[in-house]
Design a protein around this ligand. Structure first.
Ligand code: MN
Length: 735
């Protein structure tokens, strides 16, 4: 193995970037000196490892300080008696020293057991990373080289390292969009974790490629010809599926190797986005495409910034294969992820502005600081690493990671609560957008603020996705808008009480709210309104307590027994009359009282009246001279239960065309035509007969009791007169 740094310097020179080769040489010399006499498990001089790590870092396009740190990354750890960070800082500056420190801390922790080790390791790694993303880039390079040389390690160590790589580093590389490193880490890990499975799949792939070499070569040739024909400048890559990706598919989908149909893949790399779509059209023109297999990750990038077109087509030999189409820019992002982004940025700007922080890592470290349960931490980390997030940029190029579905408002509050509170608008990629616009990966978001802003709107609480934004908006309302909050909170509580449909007085309301506030641990009723007003507590959440407080104060009236018209006991068909009588009598000077007419005397409009307040049956109206009233008075009934009552004039005059019941007693000479004559007479007068009974008084006379419909007293008199005119009728009296 080459122990010098010629190869590294060659890579750096070839990159065309302005590396400080002198500084890098110095770092190499220092590392070589410090590691002098140390050897790796393979027997090689130790310095070969930092050089290899630096070479991988150079491949990622990392800057001079990163390359120096890569060369020095194991010195403080392995040569503590000869070197310290101050020395590195003095000779290479604070940035290199901090990177080396971050890398050293990741390995320098005593562990109780293996599970805890990887968790603890991870935590340190993330802590370091949240300070400077370059630490994680170098760490991944370090891990990759260790995996490449894992064979030299003793058997029991291989497995632990491979497992940690599969569980921690490969997902991290994926999360950062560094596909190339991710795939290599996965494949290497798998070859140690399941060597038999790995070899099986590996050999199957070799065999299948061997058998179908002609097919693939033919397809490549056909595509190349066509693209050239269309004047597209391209590069074609084959065999892009990794052993691990096929292995995982077989296990996840429980398929045999032969059932994996998107096993072949070609990759076309072109210059422009437009050419991607042109190439796609050409491919679909040449081959039959498989339905449902087309994915446009260019217009909708993956959360880790990956962009490409994917389609699966069926070759002319009937063998399906996947085609990935992307530009060089997309290819770099796909291979190197976030590292590629930094690479480009540092290329454009002079200072190598790599010192960026990843918000999500900082948040994670913050929230997991207190978690001591390794399982819990691992779970939280896995959720966080795999949770879909949206990466957007500030106008300065800082990366902000937000949960998917986050809006411009979330972005503003992520920057600073003052930015959110003073926001009056937002721009995405330079265009003004509504502030509730959902952010997409890769967008550059700019917040327009104004000192004149009146602050956030309550509606924002329903729009924002992050709890951070929600909390900050609530905080603002809590502090700034107490008066308004109180009004809003009170209105919400009022609305809730109205739903109960039970009347309450102002005094009762005040008591209810005071009790409720106390029960919720709030000092004043205003605090209750305020808390609901700014959204710190929802009415829905306290609805149970509100109801309890309400019921404790307001006793609902027992349901009133429905008024029953006494007449209905005998006159079932006339039930509807009850309501007709409403409003015909004035009781105690009050018009329209709900009354019923006493069956004992059947008052008619024109009769003098008296009202009696019954126990439980409302007000009954009697004739003033009713015998029952006289008896009640004689029995010393409470005088307040007797009320003055008068007919409404329209009823007395008969202008109201409504009928009341009148009971008549007729005494007549019995004859076979008597009943016929009576009914014909009443029919003649259009008087309805509601009830009629006849009973023989003796051999010659009969007593008839009948109830007729009658408008008023005058009407009654005319009915009586008419009946008396019948020859056999002797007497007609009102009961
Ligand atoms: Mn190392």
């Amino acid at each position: 193995m080459n122990n010098g740094i010629e190869k590294l310097l060659f890579i750096l020179e070839k990159s065309g970037k302005n590396y400080d080769l002198l500084k890098i040489r110095q770092a190499y010399r220092m590392a070589a000196e410090l590691h002098e006499g140390q050897f790796r498990n393979s027997g090689e001089a130790y310095i070969s490892h930092p050089i290899a790590v630096a070479e991988i870092a150079a491949g990622l396009g990392l800057d001079t300080d990163s390359i120096c740190a890569a060369l020095l990354h194991d010195t403080v750890e392995d040569c503590a008696e000869k070197i310290d960070l101050d020395e590195i800082k003095r000779r290479f500056g604070p940035v290199v020293a901090e990177l080396v420190d971050g890398l050293t801390k990741m390995v320098n922790i005593p562990f109780a057991d293996k599970e805890e080790q990887s968790v603890e390791n991870l935590r340190k790694m993330l802590l370091a990373m949240s300070r400077d993303i370059r630490v994680i880039f170098i760490k991944l390079c370090d891990r990759l080289h260790n995996m490449r040389t894992l064979d030299a390690k003793p058997e029991h160590k291989r497995r632990i390292t491979a497992l940690e790589t599969m569980n921690v580093y490969a997902p991290l590389a994926h999360r950062l969009g560094m596909q190339r490193i991710k795939h290599e880490l996965e494949n290497l890990s798998l070859s140690y974790l399941d060597p038999i499975g790995y070899n099986e799949v590996y050999n199957d792939i070799e065999r299948k490629y061997g058998i179908n070499r002609n097919f693939l070569e033919k397809a490549r040739g056909q595509i190349a010809d066509k693209l050239t024909e269309y004047n597209i400048h391209f590069q074609l890559e084959g065999r892009v599926k990794s052993v691990y990706s096929i292995y995982k598919k077989m296990y996840n989908q429980n398929k045999s190797f032969d059932e994996i149909y998107d096993f072949y893949a070609l990759r076309i790399i072109v210059d422009t986005e437009l050419e991607c779509y042109t190439a796609l059209g050409i491919i679909h023109d040449m081959f039959r495409s498989m339905p449902g297999r087309f994915k446009d990750y260019i217009s909708t990038p993956k959360p880790n910034l990956y962009r490409s077109l994917h389609t699966t087509v069926i070759g002319r030999d009937g063998i399906p294969f996947e085609v990935q189409i992307r530009t060089w820019d997309m290819h770099h992002i796909a291979e190197y992820g976030i590292a590629a982004h930094w690479k480009y940025k540092s290329g454009e700007e002079s200072g190598g502005d790599i010192d960026k922080k990843l918000e999500w890592v900082a948040n994670l470290v913050e929230t997991e600081e207190d978690t001591h349960d390794p399982d819990e931490f691992m779970r939280a980390l896995k959720i966080d690493i795999f949770q879909d997030e949206t990466f957007v940029f500030t106008p300065k190029g800082d990366v902000i990671a937000l949960p998917q579905g986050s809006t411009v408002i979330d972005f503003a509050y992520n920057i600073h609560s003052q930015v959110g509170n003073k926001m009056i608008g937002g721009k995405i990629n330079g265009m003004i957008v509504p502030i509730d616009r959902v952010l997409q990966n890769g967008e550059i978001v700019e917040i327009i603020t104004s000192g004149q802003s009146r602050g956030p709107s309550r509606d924002w609480l329903k729009i924002v996705k992050t709890s951070e934004a929600k909390n900050k908006i609530r905080q603002w309302f809590k502090k700034e808008k107490r008066t308004e909050n109180i009004a809003v909170g009170r209105a919400e509580l009022d609305r809730e009480l109205k739903h109960y449909g039970v009347a309450y007085t102002e005094a009762q309301y005040n008591t209810i709210m005071a009790n409720l506030a106390k029960r919720l641990g709030l000092h004043e009723v205003e605090d209750l309104y305020n808390t609901i007003g700014y959204g710190g507590m929802s009415v829905a959440k306290i609805s149970g307590k509100l109801r309890d407080a309400f019921d404790a104060v307001v006793t609902p009236e027992p349901p009133q027994e429905p008024l029953r018209d006494v007449s209905q006991v005998q006159l079932a068909p006339k039930v509807h009359h009850a309501k007709h009588f409403t409003g015909s009598v004035i009781v105690d000077g009050v018009d329209g009282c709900q009354v019923k007419f006493a069956k004992c005397c059947n008052p008619l409009p024109g009769d003098k009246l008296i009202a009696f307040v019954t126990k439980g049956f409302g007000i009954s109206v009697h004739k003033a001279d009713c015998i029952n009233i006289a008896q009640k008075r004689a029995a010393g009934e409470d005088e307040t239960r007797f009320k003055e009552a008068q007919w409404v004039d329209e009823y007395v005059s008969g202008q109201q065309n409504r009928t009341f019941e009148a009971v008549l007693h007729i005494t007549a000479v019995n004859s076979y035509v008597l009943i016929a004559e009576i009914t014909m007479a009443l029919a003649d007068m259009r008087v309805s007969i509601l009830q009629m009974n006849s009973q023989n008084k003796n051999d010659s006379e009969v007593n008839i009791t009948m109830t007729v419909g009658c408008k008023n007293l005058e009407h009654l008199y005319s009915i009586q007169a008419r009946l008396r005119s019948i020859r056999d009728v002797l007497r007609v009296t009102r009961s």
